[in-house]
Structure formats: C-alpha cells, structure tokens
Design a protein around this ligand. Structure first.
Ligand SMILES: [Zn+2]
Length: 239
C-alpha cells in the first residue's frame, strides 16, 4: 500500500494521524456525528460502518477505505459504539457524506506529500501525540519561536479576520412548577492580531479551548442565577 493513500492503516499510527488531519480538514474541523466544531486533538478516526465482524458481516466494501472514515469526537464514538443498530439509517446518510468527501481527503494527503520541508515539520507538530510529555515539552518550547517567525515573515497569515460566535444556549430550568429560560449568553468575538496568536497558542499548543475560557469568565462575572433577574425570562406563567 502506498503509505500516503487515503486508507486506514492497521500498522502505522503516524500515517493515521496525517489521515485524521486530512479528514478533519475535509469535514470542516467538525465531529461528523454531532456536527460540533472540535479541536484536532479532540477528534479520532471513526469507521462509519464498524469493523467489528458482527455488524460488518453484510458489507461488501473495504471498511478501511476513506469512503468509510470520518472524524469523530470521543463522546460520540462512545455513544455510537453502544448503539450502532439504532443508528443504521443515520449510518447510510453518513456514508454518502463520506463518499462525497473522499476525493478531498486524498487531495489533502497529496498536498501533505508535496509540501516543503518546513510544512512537513509543521504538519508533524500538528499531528504529534501531545499526551507524550517529551513531545508536548518540545512543542511548547518551539511554539514561541514558530509564532515569531510567522509574525515576521507571514503577517497576513495571523492577521486574517477572525470572528467567532461563542454564544451559549442554556437549557430551561424548572423551579417551583415554573419554567425559566435563561437568555443566550451572547458573545460574538472578533480577535485582533495579538489575540489571534493567543488563541493559536491556547488552542493548538496548550490544548485549551478559547470557548471554555470565555464561558468561565462569563460565569464568574454573572455570579449565581438568583442575583441575575435580568437574564431570566418566564416562559410558562400562563400554563
Ligand atoms: Zn461528536
């Protein structure tokens, strides 16, 4: 097998990391199952039709082929593993989505192969196993240097506009027979150049989600719900 083929490898975790990167790009950095935006490190390669023989008995195609692969988050992988029969129609529609992206995934891998030395280094850093302490240490040490080079040589790369909708939606709260709906925590964030680099370091080097950081700050500022009448609206007082 060509080591850069868009196909799951049973022997090379390095190949699978690059493959996951190609899949993640092709699927818009989202978990294909819950369609939530995820960091690269939160995603794994999923076999849409599972490889376990009992479910796979009737399939006639190559389970390791890219047409059966997609990026999935940990919780969804767990849920899917537990309830695969219940999701059968959903699996069918996901296979269609995977087929429509197969060419893009292969194109991404071809691009990785053609890329120059420095890009290969950056790709290797992106795909590195940061759970490994030595790797994480090396990346943190490199991060500052790499960002400085990017800032001086390719300012446009980090200065591109970056607007993110970090709005949070709260579930309704039942209290003494009434339902309260907290209004959405609206925070559309436009980052300046410096903050974009901070976001890159936070999310890509240290693995901290900017969304989580903002939520934490918002909760700190609001205090407890009793003191925040302005964020509570009654939704079922006439019931
Ligand atoms: Zn998910």
């Amino acid at each position: 097998m060509n080591p850069i083929d868009a196909r799951y490898s049973n022997t090379s975790s390095d190949h699978n990391r690059l493959l996951l990167l190609a899949l993640t790009e092709a699927w818009g950095s989202k978990c294909y199952w819950c369609r939530t935006p995820k960091l690269f490190r939160e995603l794994q390669i999923d076999h849409i039709v599972p490889r376990r023989p009992r479910e796979a008995a009737t399939t006639v195609f190559d389970l390791d082929a890219v047409e059966n692969l997609a990026p999935i988050c940990g919780p969804c992988n767990q849920e899917k593993a537990n309830e695969v029969y219940q999701h059968a129609p959903r699996v069918e529609s996901q296979l269609k989505r995977a087929r429509s992206r197969a060419e893009t995934v292969q194109r991404n891998l071809d691009r990785f192969r053609r890329d120059t030395h420095i890009t290969k280094v950056l790709l290797a850093i992106t795909a590195a196993d940061v759970a490994d302490e030595a790797a994480a240490g090396a990346i943190k040490a490199l991060g500052r240097v790499v960002l400085n080079v990017l800032r001086s040589r390719f300012p446009d790369l980090l200065d591109a506009s970056y607007v993110e909708d970090y709005t949070t939606h709260h579930p309704p709260i039942e209290y003494e027979g009434r339902t309260y709906q907290r209004t959405d925590g609206v925070s559309v964030v436009e980052l300046d150049g410096r903050s974009r680099r901070v976001a890159v370091v936070l999310e890509d080097v240290f693995g901290l989600s900017l969304r989580y950081a903002l939520d934490t700050v918002r909760e700190e500022v609001r205090g407890d719900i009793d003191g925040c009448a302005d964020v509570i609206t009654t939704t079922s007082t006439y019931a």
